[in-house]
Ligand binder design. Structure first.
Ligand code: UDP
Ligand code: MG
Length: 145
């Protein structure tokens, strides 16, 4: 079985804070590698599809405004147990609850502007990779993990 993959987004607040390099260094120092990475502004339709599970939440509008507010790094990150390992490196959703040394503890600005996204399961990773990297997702074997 090829290495597991996860969809990682270095969100607009972290790009604006110029900590892209520090975040990617943490992936690499922990045995994860970048398979795809692109700096791009996420459009509102893509953002709404990506965050569809939160469409009914009170913070949805604010979340869509934020994630589309400036360039983000959208990436496919791979390695053993990549989904869970990447989530561990991220820390808790609310940076106030995030363990010291996690990306959110160190770089997030608030509960909404929390520096990073990572898929929460293998199933989510496949769905999210197909949204952001449709050409790669069609390559033979890319979503076989
Ligand atoms: N979020 C927010 N308010 C909340 C909960 C979440 O603005 O009360 C934002 C935050 O940016 C979070 C994203 O919505 O990362 C998705 O929420 P989820 O619960 O899926 O957290 P995650 O999987 O990113 O840790
Ligand atoms: Mg989530």
């Amino acid at each position: 079985m090829p290495a597991q993959k996860t969809l990682s987004i270095i969100k607009p607040d972290a790009v604006a804070s110029r900590v892209i390099g520090q975040i990617i260094a943490r992936f690499e120092q922990n045995g994860l590698e970048l398979l795809r990475a692109e700096l791009r502004s996420i459009d509102r339709d893509t953002a709404k599809a990506f965050y569809a599970e939160h469409a009914e939440k009170p913070f949805f509008g604010e979340l869509i405004d934020y994630i589309t507010s400036g360039p983000a790094v959208v990436a496919v990150v791979a390695g053993e147990d990549a989904v869970a390992l990447h989530r561990k490196l991220m820390g808790a959703t609310n940076p106030k609850d995030a363990e010291p040394g996690t990306i959110r503890a160190d770089f997030a600005k608030s509960l909404t502007e929390n520096a990073i996204h990572g898929s929460d399961s293998v199933e989510s990773a496949k769905r999210e990779i197909a949204i952001f990297f449709p050409a790669a997702a069609k390559e033979e074997g890319f979503l076989d993990f």
